[in-house]
Design a binder for this molecule. Structure first.
Ligand code: G2I
Length: 449
């Protein structure tokens, strides 16, 4: 945390304070992540929700990333909710958007145990029927996007944690060979698409990743079409596997591509500056590992903003897992990704200022306010400090959490107003007592991130 102080009182009751040079803040001169990744021959992708691809969300998705993965839109339950009735609207929207923005698409996902339509899950299929359903589904979906989807997560999450096969609709009905059948059907439907098996908790070397390793090695030996493995990388702060790069390398050494397909790094919420700094270091570590291995295709984040992340719903009390906060302000993790991709991040040229003023004063008390405004910079958390030299005492505050100890006052953002976007402002108020004189104090604005 850094802070700057100014002591200059503006007019009679106003003190201004400039917060300069403290990253992070969006800055037009920074090279977009996609340009940095392009220069390295890597993918930097994000999962997206098709209906959100407008406004700021669309600007960032299109401007910063060179690949998109539909977060849900291509899953079987999304595209064929009723047998024989297809809904491609959201998937089409994402593919169209990607093409308009010169982005690759990672198709996600064809054969999975989750997010399947009820008619499929609840059907009582013979193995032959099940196989036909699976291969028809692959032919239909891959065929529809032939030449437009660069890569498919053909099979998703086939393993248990101990490396045994997960008991799914597919495994139970077709045995382990459903994987080879699915890959073969996908190759037939689009011979130029890259075909992957994708799983989670396979980032480091462990029983599950070794099972995946043995599977893809044997598929290759058998001549089954397989181009790569996806390491999802839904990580927990402080738990990036130390063997990540070594694990990527061992798959690469089999002659396979590797992609980090669903990166996020979750933490307890609310976040704080220390955890966000640690998260940045861990994002950097993951991107570095991929950059270090030439067959590592790239990194996709599972949602680029905390407002579009699966974490808070699935893990109550956890979140802040993506590189942008809920208001689209880039977090330290964003800058870490940029630097790992070879970028340099420039300090913001703008500033955030805190302005103290007395809005109403009577014989024993007064109402004061502090306005925090940003221009060319942004904040995702803030704290304002000052010292009362003339015996003033705060009795009550709103829109901030204020404490006074002796002469020292500290006011921190409330749960709902920590973010001050570029061009925006936040104001909090308080009542206090005074006697004798009520001079305007010098305020200090701290960024907690
Ligand atoms: O679970 C996290 C990811 C693990 N790897 C495979 C990914 O496909 C998976 O993505 C998530 C989506 O990000 C979530 O958005 O898959 C979840 C389902 O397992 C998705 O959640 C579902 C919710 O559970 C539904 O309530 C919701 O209707 O998203 C649906 C669409 O928003």
């Amino acid at each position: 945390m850094r802070s700057l102080r100014t002591g200059s009182a503006l007019a009679s009751l106003v003190t201004g304070l400039a917060l300069l040079g403290t990253a992070p803040a969006a800055h037009a001169a920074d090279t977009p992540l996609r340009d940095l990744a392009d220069a390295k021959g890597k993918v930097i992708g994000t999962a997206v929700t098709g209906s959100k691809l407008t406004g700021t969300y669309g600007d960032i998705a299109g401007g910063q990333f060179n690949a998109l993965t539909p977060g849900n839109a291509m899953k079987w339950g999304s595209v064929e909710p009723v047998r024989g009735t297809f809904d491609w609207a959201e998937a089409d929207r994402i593919v169209d958007f990607a093409e308009a923005h010169g982005q690759q698409v990672r198709g996600h996902t064809l054969v999975w145990h989750s997010q399947n339509p009820n008619w499929l899950t609840n059907g009582n299929w013979t193995p032959a029927q099940l196989r036909q359903l699976m291969t028809d589904h692959i032919a239909t979906e891959v065929g529809r996007y032939k030449g437009r989807v660069a890569t498919w997560d053909v099979v998703n999450e086939p393993f248990n944690e101990d490396g045994t096969y997960r008991q799914t609709l597919w495994y139970n009905g077709l045995g382990t060979d459903y994987i080879a059948q699915a890959l073969t059907a996908a190759r037939a439907a689009d011979p130029s698409a890259k075909l992957y098996i994708n799983d989670y908790n396979v980032e480091g070397i462990n029983a599950k990743s070794t099972a995946l390793y043995n599977l893809v090695r044997s598929l290759k030996e058998r001549g089954v079409p397989i181009d790569g493995v996806g390491l999802q990388a839904h990580l927990i702060l402080g738990q990036v596997p130390s063997t990540l790069q070594q694990n990527i390398q061992r798959f690469a050494d089999l002659g396979l591509d590797v992609a980090i397909t669903e990166l996020d790094i979750r933490m307890r919420t609310p976040s704080d500056s220390a955890r966000l700094a640690q998260q940045a270091a861990e994002y950097r570590q993951v991107v570095n590992a991929c950059v270090a291995v030439s067959r590592c295709h790239g990194v996709t984040v599972w949602g680029f903003t905390d407002s579009d992340s699966w974490i808070p719903e699935t893990f109550p009390g956890e979140g802040a897992a993506t590189p942008y906060d809920e208001n689209y302000a880039p977090k330290p993790a964003y800058y870490a990704i940029a630097e790992a991709l070879g970028g340099t991040t420039t300090p913001p040229t703008g500033a955030c200022t805190a302005t103290y003023s007395v809005v109403n004063q009577w014989n024993t008390g007064f109402t004061g306010q502090v306005r925090i405004a940003c221009e060319g910079a942004s904040l995702s958390s803030w704290r304002v400090n000052w010292s009362y030299g003339a015996g003033q005492r705060i009795s009550q505050a709103w829109n901030a959490d204020c404490t006074q100890s002796g002469t020292a006052v500290r006011c921190a953002h409330a749960s709902y107003n920590g973010t001050v976007p570029d061009g925006g402002s936040v104001t909090f108020g308080f009542n206090a007592s005074w006697s004798g004189s009520n001079p305007v104090p010098t305020v200090t604005l701290d960024r907690e991130i």
